[in-house]
Design a protein around this ligand. Structure first.
Ligand SMILES: [Zn+2]
Length: 171
């Protein structure tokens, strides 16, 4: 973990991962998006809700750790960025505030998360113009703002590989 994050460590949930990272002898998935089990999103998904994003981040993490995709494959870096978008939407004040630990086998360096957390201005300037509430919730203005931005990022990014229909399952 980069030092910048270490000083902010406030884990609230321990996770124990047991799944192997890669099965060397397995076939890589192709660009067939039917392998992408975390999409489409459930019809109950609400990008304004912390619980929707936390569930999605957990699902993508499971996918990344269980699925036999090479660390260098485009699918893996794509899904890693999907994970970080969902994770950051679940914990918009990261690396401040409270957040759950993610599995350290998922990179943070050179991912969307690094760009998002390390860019004080530029694309993500709006994010920093609103203060988080003392205890973030679904009604924290800064969280609402970040989730809206991250939802836009996620929909754009997801469509790079997921082309099988609407991103959110129809009710
Ligand atoms: Zn907040």
């Amino acid at each position: 973990m980069p030092e910048e994050f270490a000083s902010h460590l406030v884990p609230i949930i321990e996770t124990h991962a047991t799944a192997p990272l890669i099965k060397e002898d397995s076939d890589e998935i192709g660009s067939n998006s039917s392998c992408i089990t975390f999409l489409p999103l459930p019809s109950s998904f609400d990008y304004n809700k912390q619980s929707s994003w936390a569930a999605l981040a957990s699902e993508i993490q499971g996918w990344l750790l269980a699925l036999a995709v090479s660390p260098k494959s485009p699918e893996r870096s794509w899904a890693t960025d999907c994970f970080w978008m969902a994770y950051l939407a679940a914990f918009p004040d990261f690396p401040r505030g409270q957040w759950t630990l993610w599995d350290p086998r998922i990179n943070i360096c050179e991912t969307f998360a690094e760009r998002w957390t390390m860019t004080p201005t530029g694309n993500f300037a709006i994010r920093d113009s609103v203060e988080h509430d003392e205890t973030c919730s679904d009604s924290c203005d800064a969280c609402i703002q970040s989730r809206r931005e991250l939802w836009e990022e996620f929909t754009r990014h997801a469509s790079l590989f997921y082309v099988d229909g609407p991103l959110v399952r129809q009710a």
